[in-house]
Design a protein around this ligand. Structure first.
Ligand SMILES: [Zn+2]
Length: 473
């Protein structure tokens, strides 16, 4: 069956090296405008670029994680164009001898698997950033981002829906985060995506493609591509022709707008960068880098499934990010079961993180603290209420959970003698509920258990309380 929509993506991933691609300037985000610049990245005449070895290695790791072939011989080229954010009036990129080619990534959408081919991955330097005054009269330029290393990843036109494009991007981001080669922060611009899209004509031919730019979120990509596909279909069904052009996604209007006619490679007058020698990536260097490849998401998922007795969903959640998976495994100390650690992470810890919009790196509870809580809960030393409250507290301020339980006397009351007096009280104070239970309304027992929990500040063992209430009523 022929695909109705054909999409190819061009993704720019900012590599998080400490220094820029061809000079020693810092790549730190958020520095004062033009603080991170030097004659090399400002393009002064007579200066010479020096290639950042680490950037090449980060690019190699990214390429390997996308199952690409690394090329032994690579070179850099000048892509010539004029723009105020480009002080040299050319960008050093890679044209016909890129770092890597011919990769593929498997994506899954609604249970259906598909393979997205990777055409190439090449290295290039970023441009600066224009800042326009709100009054609109002045424009400023910040060259801090000039020459920060980027990996440009170009897919084959294998993507068949806007939703699949989003799934691919999320998977790409996850891989780069696992590798720790990029922050992939779309808001800060360390992950940017352009797309080529075409639809089939009523005659079944593949139509002219347009390029869509300026999509600043995963949702933006999905919406922009859905809009653009509809727009092209409308043009074709009304007998018109799709024009090859670059279009900008307008987030506020939720439409794509014509920006300029699409440039071709020859418009840029590419030629080999005369100030950089071609680079040889021999098999020794390649295998050294290969050894730095960490366990990737799908491998971690398989191993978690094999090693720990967890649900499919829990495994997905824990392996979604590498720091979260590491936190989980570091909490598996001593005799605590993986399942109870996983439950505390997914139910309590994630809730606390979401409420604060934090990642696992921001929390103050340590894996050892979480393991101690899981153990106390497993051994019925503390109730689930106390456990949840302590997680909330430790996420915020940290601390030793065992000492806190001891100090504040938070141990669960499951001793029948201690509970008996409280249960007597609850029964005496709630004759209506007791009557309801006797006449068969079982849900009233939940209300009475709630009363017991309240009187004990959450420390009663709810299972024990239920048993005793049932016996007494
Ligand atoms: Zn510099």
């Amino acid at each position: 069956m022929k695909n109705e929509i054909v999409i190819g993506l061009e993704v720019h991933v900012q590599l998080k090296t400490k220094s820029k691609l061809f000079c020693g300037c810092s790549t730190e985000f958020g520095a004062d405008p033009n603080a991170n610049t030097c004659p090399v990245c400002m393009g002064w005449p007579g200066t010479l670029p020096v290639l950042n070895r680490r950037a090449v290695e980060f690019g190699m790791l990214a390429a390997l994680s996308l199952n690409c072939e690394i090329n032994q011989d690579i070179k850099f080229d000048r892509k010539n164009y004029f723009y105020p954010d480009l002080p040299k009036a050319y960008q050093i990129s890679q044209y016909d001898m890129p770092l890597a080619e011919e990769g593929q990534v498997e994506v899954e959408l609604d249970g259906e698997k598909a393979v997205v081919g990777i055409e190439r991955l090449h290295l290039e330097e970023d441009a600066g950033k224009l800042v326009h005054s709100t009054a609109g009269a002045e424009s400023y330029v910040d060259y801090n981002r000039t020459s920060v290393p980027l990996a440009e990843i170009v897919t084959k036109p294998d993507i068949t829906s806007p939703e699949q494009a989003e799934v691919f991007l999320r998977s790409l981001k996850q891989r780069m985060e696992y590798l720790e080669v990029s922050d992939c922060n779309m808001e800060e611009g360390s992950l940017r995506c352009d797309a080529n899209l075409s639809v089939r004509t009523p005659e079944g031919e593949l139509g002219t493609k347009t390029e869509v730019k300026n999509m600043n979120s995963f949702k933006g990509v999905r919406k922009a591509l859905a809009y653009e596909a509809q727009r092209q279909k409308k043009v074709l069904s009304s007998g018109g022709e799709v024009v090859q052009e670059t279009r900008l996604w307008d987030e506020s209007e939720q439409i794509t707008r014509e920006m300029r006619s699409k440039e071709e490679a020859h418009d840029y007058r590419y030629f080999p960068e005369p100030d950089l020698v071609p680079v040889k990536i021999d098999s020794k260097w390649q295998s050294e880098v290969k050894q730095c490849l960490p366990e990737m998401p799908e491998e971690k998922y398989e191993r978690f499934q094999a090693e720990y007795d967890l649900s499919d969903e829990a495994t997905q959640t824990l392996t979604a990010s590498r720091p979260l998976a590491d936190f989980f495994e570091r909490a598996l100390t001593g005799d605590v079961s993986p399942r109870s650690v996983s439950n505390l992470i997914i139910a309590d810890l994630k809730r606390e993180m979401n409420e604060r919009d934090w990642t696992i790196n921001d929390v103050n509870i340590t894996p050892e603290n979480l393991a101690a809580l899981a153990r106390m809960f497993e051994e019925d030393v503390i109730s689930s209420n106390v456990c949840s409250e302590l997680i909330a507290e430790l996420v915020e301020s940290g601390g030793d959970p065992e000492a806190i339980v001891e100090e504040r006397d938070l141990k669960q009351i499951s001793d029948a003698g201690e509970l008996e007096a409280i249960i007597d009280e609850v029964i005496n104070e709630n004759p209506d509920a007791v009557e309801d239970i006797r006449s068969g309304a079982d849900q009233a027992i939940g209300f009475l258990i709630g009363q017991v929990m309240q009187k004990t500040q959450g420390q009663a063992d709810p299972g024990q309380a239920r048993k005793m209430l049932q016996e007494r009523v």
